[in-house]
Design a protein around this ligand. Structure first.
Ligand code: GUN
Length: 280
């Protein structure tokens, strides 16, 4: 089997165009504020891309760039001001934060109604208990791609490789909500390759370059690669050895151009949802 390539760039463009069309009909512009603390270079690129995509879709978007020496109390004061600002619908505190600031303190401080990352414990709890709420952007983007790939999810054996708070765990919840039979596999899983080979839906989110080999993938599986890793040679690769896996899978996402573009599109989708919920 040679896999169909799932074009995340195209799906994300369509999603953003749909959001722009909806925003054009609104009497207000949904407001997004990204808070960046310090000068992590990767964060600089993410934040610039977010700002560009948000502005192009008609959002009122801005980044607040605070110095690397910002204290936790100062960051919490900025978040409190954004929570209280009626023009702000979505707040995203870019991670990682400098060592003097606890990420949990920042995440817990964001008003859950404006938590467009879906990281606040209230939103994580809503997701785990099957209630509506703001959902983490990357797993939400993966669900869009699975639907786009025509995956039949009900009753399917799905495996999530990775158990992070940001991707693995919420991903498993979303797949469970779509009636998959879900396994979460991780670094301590016994006989990992055999476990992976049972999956009809395979989501890799471990952050280890090309860890998933072709013989870990079942014939006909749908493979979603969340990993974005830079090799010593400077090449971007996923968590999945793409050519090997594509020889067996029915459909697979590339890196780059798969899940990555969906994360920003879903951030904008969450911001519009938060705005409509807050202002209705
Ligand atoms: N840093 C890398 N990815 C993310 C993300 O999805 N949200 C936030 N807040 N920070 C990140």
């Amino acid at each position: 089997m040679t896999a169909r390539i799932i074009d995340g760039k195209l799906v994300a463009e369509r999603l953003r165009a749909g959001l722009a069309a909806r925003i054009a009909t609104l009497p207000f512009r949904p407001g997004l504020r990204v808070v960046r603390v310090g000068d992590d270079p990767a964060s600089g690129i993410y934040v610039r891309n977010k700002d560009r995509a948000a502005a192009a879709a008609g959002f009122d978007s801005a980044t607040l760039h605070l110095p690397a020496t910002t204290t936790e109390a100062e960051l919490l004061a900025v978040i409190a001001r954004l929570n209280a600002d009626p023009a702000v619908d979505g707040i995203l505190v870019q991670l990682p934060l400098p060592p003097q600031i606890r990420a949990e303190a920042a995440i817990d401080a964001v008003d859950p109604a404006k938590d467009v990352d879906g990281f606040h414990p209230l939103n994580a709890g809503r997701l785990a208990s099957g209630q509506p709420g703001l959902m983490p952007c990357t797993p939400k983007g993966v669900m869009h791609l699975l639907r786009e790939a025509g995956a039949s999810l009900r009753g399917a054996r799905a495996l999530v490789l990775g158990r992070s708070q940001i991707v693995g765990r919420p991903m498993a919840q979303l797949l469970l909500g779509a009636d998959c039979t879900v396994t979460i596999a991780h670094s301590r899983t016994r006989d990992l390759a055999a476990e992976c080979r049972r999956a009809e839906i395979f989501v890799a989110a471990v952050g280890r370059p090309e860890m998933v080999r072709g013989d870990w993938v079942a014939e006909g599986a749908i493979v979603i690669d969340v990993g974005i890793n830079r090799t010593a040679a400077g090449k971007l690769v996923g968590d999945v050895a793409f050519a090997e896996a594509a020889a067996r899978a029915a459909a697979i996402t590339p890196v780059p151009g798969g899940v990555g573009p969906m994360t920003i599109a879903c951030l904008l989708e969450n911001t519009l949802e938060a705005a409509l919920a807050r202002r209705q």
